[in-house]
Design a protein around this ligand. Structure first.
Ligand code: HEM
Length: 486
């Protein structure tokens, strides 16, 4: 008993000293105050906990930036974050210095609570040389030529979704667009015969499957782990962690099963489609590889490539549904440029310039990935403030995109901001797909997929939003419409 009490005191003393030194190290950088003794230990986590329902954490950071300036700091438990919306600094972070990803953040995605999840996959790999090698191998699958092939699958899956929505409309059923879009993007990433995706024959649009829950619950869990320092210390937290690890394990087991099946098919000489699993195996054919590394990539593509795109589709419909004039312009453009054509080709999509601006404006206002984090790996002075080496420096396309200084009337949805002739967007204020070498490999994939789905939706349906729904964003790791777009 006395050993237990003694070690608890020692741990408490160690934490107190660590936090005291941390706060002293960053004292010179402006930022929100913390409140009382609890604030000393938890920092600004308390402000996040007390946020009103209609605000998400990046909204709070936006308020702090407007109050304290372009470079600020805030404390999350025993960690300090330096945050900036300054465009020149953002350029330096991602391009000039190309700082590496910060382990404080990315290890939570890679190894949440010590459990291997995204592991060393493309999103979370902290070893730059290993990442570069694998990124080069995956890049060709996302080039224009490859995207042309994906288009067929985007058409097929979007048509399947439209058929389902039509039957729901015939029965006068209310639709949760976010859930339906999630089903569609799930089928795309898993789909059969596609050069990307995993050749898994599932029909999420019309049937339930466990996979749907795995991805969304795993993303929700990241958020909880990042922001709830008490998770590990409560009975409800333990039971949550147990279920959470079970979900992560199921998703990895699914990847393992698919990969082993493919290795067998390749050995047998059976036909294998040229999809992501095959690419992963070919990438590794001359090397000793660990099956767990391949599972990392499998899971990473599912997590990065599914919910993100569904959120954009649902947010765009939520915005457009509130603006009859914008809807009219979209419908007129579709009517004039492609009419009721169903098999959409690349050339058709390039004609839909206004719809392109609608997608861009959605990504400004609803920038899906809330924060990006990098590690300062050299002495750095920003706007007169010395930034300690090793700092976790963060930026956010959501915060920059909703900042009055860069985008006048940021709460207004104005696709015209992105019309080329009026292109007044300041560099490094809009980066929903990140910047520099570690930008999103799937950015064109996602935008084309969203464009195909939205075009078909606007071609096919008159719709009305449920006026009783909530119109603000929710953050479950990614940002999505809290009301799920009813
Ligand atoms: C609208 C949809 C999407 C958005 C907003 C988005 C956004 C992002 C962002 C901001 C990053 C950088 C993350 C970071 O540095 O922490 C990223 C990375 C990544 N994304 Fe996306 N993404 C989307 C869709 C996709 C799709 C469809 C795929 C794959 C099919 C994909 C695959 C990836 C991968 C593999 C990375 C890691 C790249 C690397 O580090 O080399 N994403 N994405």
């Amino acid at each position: 008993m006395s050993i237990l009490i003694g070690s608890s005191f020692a741990f408490f003393g160690y934490k107190t000293l660590k936090i005291y030194l941390l706060r002293r190290k960053y004292k010179h950088i402006p930022g929100p105050k913390t409140k009382g003794i609890l604030g000393f230990y938890l920092g600004n986590v308390l402000d996040i906990k007390n946020l009103p329902k209609n605000k998400i954490f990046p909204d709070l950071v936006a308020d702090w930036v407007s109050q304290y300036g372009h470079v600020i700091k805030f404390q999350l438990s025993d960690r300090m974050v330096v945050f900036t919306i300054n465009p020149e600094i953002i350029k330096d972070i991602f391009i000039t210095y190309n700082f590496p990803k910060h382990h404080h953040v990315y290890s939570i995605f890679g190894f949440p609570l010590g459990f291997r999840f995204l592991g060393n996959g493309l999103v979370t790999d902290l070893d730059n040389q290993r990442w570069r090698h694998r990124r080069n191998l995956f890049n060709p699958s996302f080039h224009k030529q490859a995207l042309m092939t994906f288009l067929e699958e985007f058409n097929i899956k979007s048509d399947a979704l439209m058929a389902k929505l039509r039957s729901m409309a015939d029965k006068n059923q209310e639709v949760l667009i976010l859930d339906e879009a999630n089903n569609m993007t799930m089928d795309v990433i898993a789909s059969v015969g596609l050069q990307v995706g995993f050749s898994m024959d599932i029909d999420s649009i019309n049937q339930d499957n466990n996979l749907k829950g795995y991805v969304s619950k795993s993303l929700e869990g990241f958020n909880k782990i990042l922001l709830d320092p008490f998770l590990k210390f409560s009975i409800s937290g333990w039971s949550y962690i147990k279920t959470y690890k079970h979900i992560l394990k199921n998703l990895r087991d699914l990847g393992r099963y698919q990969i082993l099946k493919r290795i067998e098919s390749i050995k047998d000489g059976s036909y294998v489609s040229d999809d992501l699993i095959t690419i992963m195996l070919k990438n590794n054919q001359n090397e000793e590889f660990e099956i767990e590394d391949l599972i990392d990539d499998f899971v990473s593509f599912f997590i990065a490539g599914q919910e993100t795109t569904a959120n954009v589709i649902a947010a765009a419909i939520l915005e457009v549904g509130q603006k009859p004039l914008i809807l009219k312009k979209i419908i007129e453009e579709i009517k004039n440029e492609i009419g009721f054509k169903t098999d959409l080709k690349f050339e058709d999509l390039t004609k839909l310039k206004y719809l392109n601006c609608v997608i861009k404006e959605t990504l400004r206002k609803w920038s899906i990935v809330p924060f990006l984090s990098r590690k300062v790996d050299m002495p750095l002075k920003l706007l007169g403030f010395d930034i300690p080496v090793g700092s976790n420096i963060q930026t956010s396309s959501y915060v920059s995109g909703n900042c009055e200084e860069f985008f006048p009337n940021p709460t207004h949805f104005i696709p015209e901001r992105f019309l080329c002739e009026k292109d007044e967007i300041k560099n490094y204020t809009y980066f929903p797909f990140s910047l520099g070498p570690r930008n999103c490999i799937g950015q064109n994939f996602a935008q084309i997929e969203a464009k195909v789905c939205l075009t078909k939706f606007f071609q096919n349906f008159d719709f009305e939003l449920d006026p009783k729904q909530i119109f603000y964003p929710a953050q479950h790791t990614t940002i999505s419409p809290a009301g799920r777009t009813k």
